[in-house]
Every structure is written in C-alpha cells, then in structure tokens.
Write a protein that binds this ligand. Sequence first.
Ligand SMILES: [Zn+2]
Length: 108
Amino acid sequence: MKKAPHNSTKELYESPRKEQNIDKYGDDSSSCICCGRPMAAGPCLWVRMNEAWEAVRADIHEDDFKTKTGTESQGGFPIGSECAKRMTGYTIKGELERSHPYLINNPA
Ligand SMILES: [Zn+2]
C-alpha cells in the first residue's frame, strides 16, 4: 500500500461493534462507515476516502487528491456524530439523501 505524503491521510476509525452492527442492520450506504449503525436522512458529516482506504484531510480539495495523497478519491461516506469525534479534521459537512432502510422500517 502506498503511503501518502504530508500527513494528508489518517487511518479510518473502525468500531469494534461494526461487524455486529452490520449483521444486525445490514450493510448499506447510509450506515456509518466506522460502526455500521443506521443513519437518518438529513445533514450529517462525511469522510472522504482514497483508494488506499485512508481518510483524507478535510482541507484537501477533491482535485488535489492524486497529488496530495498519491491515490484517487473513492468519494465520501457518511459518518455518525460519535465516530466523527475520532476523525476530527477529516470530516466535511454534507447531506444524506436517504435514510437507512432499518430506520424506514422501524420508525421511532
Ligand atoms: Zn459510527
């Protein structure tokens, strides 16, 4: 795996409960990328990953991915607010368009 220069990337936090949560709620693009918990549609934080599966610092522009991290962007993934605390400086504000199916089927 290529190492990115300039501390532009960081290992993604992975919750010890991720596997358990994915078993329970299913693997879905509206789950938190770190812990697999269902997320609701609306404003949330995103973490951008490169092809080496490293989180990319928030201040790096999409166009500079290749030069600053050595790999292409894989795009953004939603991250829950608790997990985001472990990725400070690596999250950007965004919007989740679709709620996790678990939340749709089990409304509060
Ligand atoms: Zn999480």
